[in-house]
Structures are given as structure tokens and as C-alpha cells.
Ligand binder design. Structure first.
Ligand code: C5P
Length: 239
């Protein structure tokens, strides 16, 4: 069997029963799963524990955005529940991201586990120029993404989430260390679904992504484990 893959995060955008079935199938192959708002708000912290029991690390993608006090507590609670990676909105600002970092540091000190990492969401890819302008943000989206990525990494975040098509620019802007997590990954020839700014696993890694988020190409495959292994092989080949 292949060594567990720590670069491909499987997005479990489904209900609890299916998430657990997928986790059972992927354990021993995948190192990471992503739990988003729908699954987390349905199941609570128990879903994080259930993944950890299967030796899967958890990217808890709740895209936190609130006042610093609230985010400190939320990040601490998420890390205490067992999340290994937590997303926050960079638009929440430097103080909010610093508070998230304090929260995960407090959780690590209390639990003795490795500190959870924080990634900043820059501008959601569902926005276009007009919707961003309607928020009063007048810079072009790429420069806004870059500005927020630098703010995140200068305020306690360990990295960012961005499209694979922005990964090379972000790697150049941020340097070697920050995590760059990219969704929008499709193996060559796969159904792109509702994604538009996509890249193959190998090209995303070659552009500088640290970890890839892949959902439906794995979760909706006839054999999710085989689909995962095929993507994992492409990632290993790109290193
Ligand atoms: O099924 P698919 O591979 O498209 O899933 C991608 C995952 O990444 C989903 O959980 C989606 O919410 C998330 N995501 C994304 N684009 C972003 C941020 C997150 O597709 N910009």
C-alpha cells in the first residue's frame, strides 16, 4: 500500500453517513479530509473526532469572520475539538487573525497536541469584479488577493487558500514557507462540475501549492479509493 498522502485533502461535502463511509474507505490512503460548514453544523465537533479516530487529519473549513474575541475562542474550540487546519477570512483583519493564532496556541498548550494551522481566505472565488466593487473594494481582484494574502501571513496565519491559477503568483509573493492550499483541482479529462478556474493536480503542485483540496472527483467516483490513489500518484509524480 502507498504511504499515506499528506498533500491531497478530500472535501467531504456530503451528509454524515456518506462522510463516514468515505472516511473508512480512504483511511490508510488519505492523510487529510476537509469538513465544511454543512457537515460541521449538522454533526458538531463529533465529526472531527470521528475523522481523527480513523487517523485522518481535519481541515475545518468554517471560514471564521467575527470580532477578535469571538475568533480567539472559536479557533481555540476548533483546535481543541481536533482540527489540524482552520480557515479564517483575511477580510476580518490583522487583529482577528492574530486572535485566531492565539486561540490555536492556547489549544496546543492545553491539549499537548501539535498547534493547529490557520489559513486565510482572501477574496472568495464566487465574487467577480462587480460584486467586489459593490463592497467598496476598488482595486483589481488580483492585487486585492495579493494584499490580503500578505496581510494574513503577516498577522499570524500560516498560509492562504487560493485558486491553483493564482498559486505561482502567491508563492512568489509569500516566499517558500507559507502554506498554499488550492481547491479547483481536476485530474485531466475529469468532469469540471461548477468549477471554472481549474488545474490538474500536477500543475497545481508545480505552481507552488502545498496541499490540494479535491472533492467530487474522489467522493463521486465509482471507487473513491482508486480515484484518490490515482490523484495521489499524479501529485507524487509532480514533486
Ligand atoms: O468537489 P470539488 O473538488 O469542486 O470541491 C472543492 C472544495 O473546495 C469544495 O469543498 C469547495 O467548497 C471548496 N472551495 C472551492 N473554491 C474556493 C474555496 C473552496 O471550490 N475558492
Amino acid at each position: 500500500m502507498l504511504e499515506v498522502d499528506d498533500k491531497v485533502i478530500v472535501a467531504l461535502d456530503c451528509g454524515e453517513d456518506e462522510a463516514l463511509r468515505l472516511a473508512d474507505a480512504l483511511a490508510g490512503h488519505a492523510g487529510w479530509v476537509k469538513v465544511g460548514m454543512t457537515l460541521y453544523y449538522a454533526c458538531g465537533p463529533a465529526i472531527v473526532s470521528a475523522m481523527r479516530e480513523r487517523c485522518l487529519k481535519v481541515f475545518l473549513d468554517l471560514k471564521l469572520h467575527d470580532i477578535p474575541h469571538q475568533i480567539r475562542g472559536a479557533a481555540q474550540a476548533a483546535a481543541t475539538a481536533g482540527a489540524d487546519l482552520i480557515s479564517v477570512h483575511a477580510l476580518g483583519g490583522a487583529d482577528m487573525m492574530a486572535a485566531a493564532r492565539e486561540g490555536v496556541e492556547a489549544a496546543a498548550a492545553a491539549t499537548g497536541r501539535e498547534r493547529a494551522h490557520i489559513v486565510g481566505i482572501t477574496i472568495l472565488t464566487s465574487h467577480d469584479a462587480a460584486s467586489v466593487a459593490s463592497l467598496g473594494i476598488t482595486d483589481p481582484i488580483p492585487s486585492e488577493v495579493r494584499r490580503l494574502a500578505l496581510l494574513a501571513c503577516g498577522s499570524g496565519a500560516d498560509g492562504i487558500v487560493c485558486s491553483p491559477q493564482e498559486a505561482a503568483d502567491m508563492r512568489a509573493a509569500l516566499g517558500e514557507k507559507p502554506l498554499i492550499v488550492t481547491p479547483g483541482v481536476r485530474p485531466a479529462g475529469a468532469d469540471i462540475g461548477d468549477q471554472s478556474r481549474i488545474a490538474t493536480p500536477a500543475s497545481a503542485i508545480q505552481a507552488g501549492a502545498s496541499m490540494l483540496v479535491v472533492g467530487r472527483p474522489i467522493t463521486q467516483a465509482d471507487d473513491p479509493t482508486a480515484a484518490f490513489d490515482a490523484i495521489s500518484a499524479q501529485v507524487r509524480g509532480a514533486n
